[in-house]
Design a protein around this ligand. Structure first.
Ligand code: TYM
Length: 336
């Protein structure tokens, strides 16, 4: 039987992924390449929904791709590609824009959060329709599962609604995708503001740990992570959100259950625990950083890997789009 299909994406909007991206999403991408037919993209079309310098975008797109390979995604087993290399993403996005109600798009909470920064009327229309482009990414590949963090759940619901609506209007065309969200790591929080999501756009430098962070600053950030005034390492999200976040991180990185960690640190205070958390993150991130640096040193090779991914992705996307064009009633394009 064919393997189920998985698709996910990540934005090249910073010079490094962060711990939330890694634990909430990318780590699952790596595991799923063993069991799924995997498609993962660097979503540069999404990145330009907010003002972006072309040189930054170019650099960050390559850095993002290099990090994906460096975390263990294998270009033989997974299709890793850049979204704008497959023009069908924009094309399907337009068709889906025309299936989406204004009110439906306006309910997306990420738009509300992100546009609040600029003022709603200064935000681009692209930022408003961003989730529809995301739906196109997923539906083009007929994905069965989409590994993401909790913040993408609402976008996945919209994606399913759009797929269902299209199938109902035009005949069965799209697979309905399921979100794949691991509860324990679905929302890694900011080290300085432990009730808020760790986020490249809103966290302060002290609140966010980059995948490409050097060990010195990394350790400092963990040691300075906001905790409560107590001294017991206990999992209590209400009263100890900072320690609970660190427990989740440590549990995911060391494959140790939270109760086991709590037992291990009984009577030892926060200092010892934080030192071990910093150690576990450094141990995981250092080899990834080193591999990323190596990959970035050979741009031609990186671009060659991305060209292979683009060709494989295109083969699937072109097929889906041909069906969509026909279903919608577009005449066959002459000469294509
Ligand atoms: P992006 O680039 O913001 O984040 C990439 C992935 O990281 C997850 N994530 C987190 N998980 C846990 N804790 C956190 N603090 C945290 N911060 C981020 C995100 O949930 C995401 O899975 N719209 C998407 C990109 C996208 C996409 C797609 C995803 C575009 N097309 C198609 C899936 C399928 C985004 O902005 O992710």
């Amino acid at each position: 039987m064919a393997r189920p299909r998985v698709l996910s994406g990540i934005q090249p909007t910073a010079d490094s992924f962060h711990l939330g991206n890694y634990l909430g999403a990318v780590r699952q991408w790596v595991t799923m390449q063993e069991t799924h037919d995997a498609f993962y993209c660097v979503v540069d079309l999404h990145a330009i929904t907010v003002p972006t310098e072309p040189a930054d975008l170019r650099r960050r797109t390559r850095v993002a791709a290099a990090q994906l390979f460096a975390t263990g995604l294998d270009p033989e087993r997974s299709t890793i590609f850049v979204q704008s290399h497959v023009r069908e993403h924009s094309e399907l996005s337009w068709v889906l824009n025309c299936q989406t109600g204004m009110g439906e798009a306006a309910r997306m909470t990420q738009f509300k959060d992100k546009s609040a920064k600029f003022g709603e009327s200064a935000a681009s229309v692209g930022l408003f329709t961003y989730p529809i482009l995301m739906a196109a990414d997923i539906l083009l590949y007929q994905a069965d599962q989409v590994p993401v963090g909790a913040d993408q759940k609402q976008h996945l619901e919209l994606t399913r609604d759009l797929a269902q609506r299209f199938n109902h209007r035009y005949g069965d065309t799209f697979t309905l995708p399921d979100p794949y969200i691991l509860k324990e790591v679905a929302k890694i929080t900011d080290l300085q503001e432990p009730t808020a999501k760790m986020s490249k756009s809103s966290s302060s430098p002290g609140g966010i740990i980059d995948l490409l962070e050097q060990p010195g600053p990394l350790r400092k950030k963990v040691m300075r992570a906001v905790t409560d005034t107590g001294s017991e390492v206990l999992f209590d999200e209400e009263n100890k959100p900072g320690i609970s976040n660190l427990l989740r991180i440590q549990s995911a990185l060391t494959a140790t259950s939270i109760p086991d960690l709590v037992a291990r640190y009984e009577g030892q205070g926060y200092g010892t625990f934080k030192k071990d958390v910093a150690e576990a993150i450094t141990e995981t991130f250092t080899p990834i950083r080193e591999r990323t640096e190596k990959l970035l040193a050979d741009e031609a090779e990186l671009d060659r890997l991305l060209a292979i991914g683009a060709a494989r992705a295109r083969a699937v996307a072109v097929d889906t789009m041909a069906t969509v064009r026909d279903r919608v009633g577009f005449l066959p394009a002459p000469g294509v």
